[in-house]
Design a protein around this ligand. Sequence first.
Ligand code: SF4
Length: 75
Amino acid sequence: MPIKTHHYSNGEITITWKPELCIHSGICFKGLAPVFDPRRTPWIDMGQSDTKTIMGQVKKCPSGALSYAINEKDK
Ligand code: SF4
């Protein structure tokens, strides 16, 4: 079965979250709670911080559940 993925974009980057890989370590919401808040739906709000900070936090995800890609600029 394909792994389910969710995407969240702020126009500059797109975060991909794979719930099956998430080990609920809490590192993302302890590190950047305004963006990563599991009590909220959707739980990731890209408008709550800047791109660089969000990218830094995504890199700390220990399971690979979170990743990001830089969006292609419109030509
Ligand atoms: S840091 Fe990664 S593994 Fe930990 S709760 Fe967040 S998404 Fe899940």
